[in-house]
Write a protein that binds this ligand. Structure first.
Ligand SMILES: NC(=O)c1ccc[n+]([C@@H]2O[C@H](COP(=O)([O-])OP(=O)(O)OC[C@H]3O[C@@H](n4cnc5c(N)ncnc54)[C@H](OP(=O)(O)O)[C@@H]3O)[C@@H](O)[C@H]2O)c1
Length: 252
């Protein structure tokens, strides 16, 4: 098990808005050294203004391995390595009426799953010299229970969770910590696009505070907000016919 230690060197993807941005604000205020990545450089440059000596803007598309390798070079140059990677970059698109759209599914999987895998491949060598190497993936409460319209998004996040859980087992002997974060609804540009009710939605700042608190304790699974995510987790564990009945009621 690892824990977030003071003055860690942290790479955060998807740092330009929402949960990633709120994590940057909190972690920078606590004195960590941050490398922040997203595709839109302007949002990263704005955030880097918070602290020029603590935040390095390093734009990249997580679906492009070569762009991530450029970020790795910057990390080597500026920080000499990393202690933590927060794999947060993500997107969400829903299917309509159960109509499968392979291009949509590919887009979501490419960013949410392959983007995470690409980042891990590039980041792993950078963690080699850390005294407390720690990988953190932002999954979703949707990974706990199949939900309507979430075929692509839920599958991508279930893949993220499985991958990270598996990696935890393989890396435990090497002392690399792994935490998986399960957010429920958090108010961000991603959920502002949703046109359905989002019970117990919390602010990105609250989500970041809860995530950081979980990382300081080294919790392997971090659920935010706890009650709503616990409810979805329970739903996912109900016998199949009860779960299906309940989730069918959510279909519009
Ligand atoms: N909000 C929620 O309720 C909720 C719930 C469960 C899980 N999550 C997960 O939390 C994470 C953050 O989501 P959020 O709600 O904070 O969304 P958001 O505000 O839309 O932020 C997503 C971030 O990811 C970046 N990004 C997207 N595609 C990228 C790519 N190909 N390469 C690099 N960066 C990319 C975006 O910047 P650019 O567009 O500039 O690249 C942005 O900085 C996601 O993994 C999401 O699935 C969110």
């Amino acid at each position: 098990m690892q824990q977030l230690k003071p003055e860690s060197r942290i790479w955060i993807t998807g740092a330009g808005s929402g949960i990633g941005k709120a994590l940057v604000e909190r972690l920078a205020a606590e004195g960590h050294q941050l490398v922040i990545t997203a595709r839109t450089s302007a949002s990263l440059e704005d955030l880097a203004q918070l602290s020029e000596e603590r935040i390095l803007a390093a734009p990249a598309d997580v679906t492009q391995l070569s762009e991530l390798q450029e970020v790795a070079k910057k990390v080597e140059e500026h920080l000499g390595g990393l202690d933590m990677v927060i794999l947060n970059a993500g997107t969400c698109e829903y299917l309509d009426d159960g109509q499968v759209d392979a291009a949509l599914v590919r887009r979501v999987m490419e960013t949410n799953f392959m983007g995470l895998v690409n980042t891990l491949e590039v980041a792993q060598p950078l963690l080699k010299n850390s005294a407390h190497p720690y990988l953190v993936a932002i999954s979703s409460a949707a990974a706990y229970s199949p939900l309507p319209r979430a075929e692509a998004y839920g599958a991508s996040k279930a893949a993220v969770s499985y991958f990270m859980e598996s990696l935890r087992v393989d890396l435990a002997a090497k002392g690399v910590g792994v935490s998986v974060v399960y957010p429920g609804f958090v108010k961000t540009p991603l959920t502002d696009r949703n046109d359905f009710p989002m019970p117990m939605r919390i602010s990105a700042e609250q989500a970041a505070a809860d995530i950081v608190a979980g990382l300081k304790k080294g919790q392997p699974e971090i659920r935010v907000p706890r009650l709503f995510v616990a409810m979805l987790r329970r739903l996912g564990r109900l016998p199949f016919f009860i779960r299906t009945r309940l989730t069918q009621r959510m279909v519009r």
